[in-house]
Design a protein around this ligand. Sequence first.
Ligand code: HEM
Length: 480
Amino acid sequence: MSQFPEVSGPAAPAVHRKSATSHGFYPPAPNPLSPVVSLMRLIWQGDGDLLSLLPREAYAMPIGPLGYSRRQIVIVNDPRLFRPILADTDERFPKSDLMVDALRPLVGNSIFVSGGADWQRQRRMIDPAFTHMRIQDAFGAMQAGVDAFEQVLLDRAQRNESFPLDVAMSHLTADIICRTVFSTSLEGEISRRVFEAFTRFESSIAQVRWKTLIFDPAWTQVPPTADVLAACNEIRTCLGSLLDTHFQPRETPWNDIASEMIAAVDPVDGVGFTRDELLDQLGVMFLAGHETTASALTWAFYIISQHPEVARRIRQEVQEVCGSDTPRFEHIRGLTYTRNVFRETLRLYPPITFLPRVSAENTSIDGYKIKRGAMVMISPWTIHRNPAYWPDPHRFDPDRFDPAQESNQVAGAYLPFGLGPRVCVGAAFAATEASLILARLCTRFDFETSTESRIRPIARMTTRPNQQINARARVHHVHQ
Ligand code: HEM
């Protein structure tokens, strides 16, 4: 595992543990304002944080307007109303033009952005790479990634050094993606270049798009900037080199996601992916497969550091389920509380904040008029914090997902992985990976975090803290 940077500057200030009360634990929550002030805040901050666009009203209304913009923007919060939108596979509500344009230089016309027959073919070919059996095969590579990460944390702990939590989580999940997709690690020169170019890509695309969303008409083409193009070319060249290793003959066949994709054929016409198509799909796996999980784990470890009772319960569960073994694939199912910590983190901080669609025609939803070209936002963020669906919604309570309580959940009101035919293909992969990481790291370490000022979630490509969180890991000592 590569060394992620340590925190520069003065020693981290005292640990903040403000939000645990006798009524439960309340991690950072949104602070919505009126529509005008929300818009002003977005423009004023200029950091592309789309959560700033959400006024107070946007959290509770079943359907309604979002802010002031040249193009109509509608938010749909009621599961009865958004289910048919998410069930559509392209005709009436394709994926947002803005999002597709932004991602296209990196991922071409691949599964995340394509529609209609193209998407159906790709989905048929990619689904088999994420079955239960394939995840079991990938588990060894996940464990190897966690082994390497533990070693880095151990070094940090021994030197009493702090590190930026979100950067560390991105390294960990990118390393696991490299291992599971290409059988290489982030230590490799090429994977490291992909990771660095990806970070540049992410910071470049976020800035431009919110201005187009607010000020331009629908389907305005925004050409990618030179920075974005350079980053994408670098990523695709590197992914190409990693892919090409898989075409060379060798004694032991590859057993990873890339080799699955190479071997995939469409059951309908028997045709496989071309090399360019493979590059597009692997770009998506890298994009969708590591930043999302990194975002969720950043929040999970932040919460754990502020509310150590969560780590205590995870440790206890690991002890009960795994005994003195390190968690194996067959243990993961039994780690119910650990998985529920991940699920509850995804509820409060869904990494993909909005599932944006465009209305291809003038239409109406439940009597509400939608113009052709309107941006239709379905937001796991607002839906997961709506008190009509979630009692005491801002409270962190993994036990909501206990089988006994889970049956009270409103159908469709939990959608961190999307819903319907375009639901995330990597959901089970991510849940296995995150459960393993939480179980392993909480057993081995205690975490502390500190920040200069109050942490606020912001939505860029994924839901992130507005500032760097400095973390410290200390080796956990078992008290007999
Ligand atoms: C915590 C982790 C993750 C979260 C929260 C997440 C979330 C999502 C969401 C919300 C969608 C649907 C987007 C929409 O409908 O507009 C999606 C789609 C997708 N995700 Fe994930 N994802 C995660 C991990 C992964 C992983 C690990 C992979 C692969 C290795 C992956 C690959 C994909 C792909 C390929 C799609 C497109 C599916 C389609 O359109 O048919 N995701 N993800």
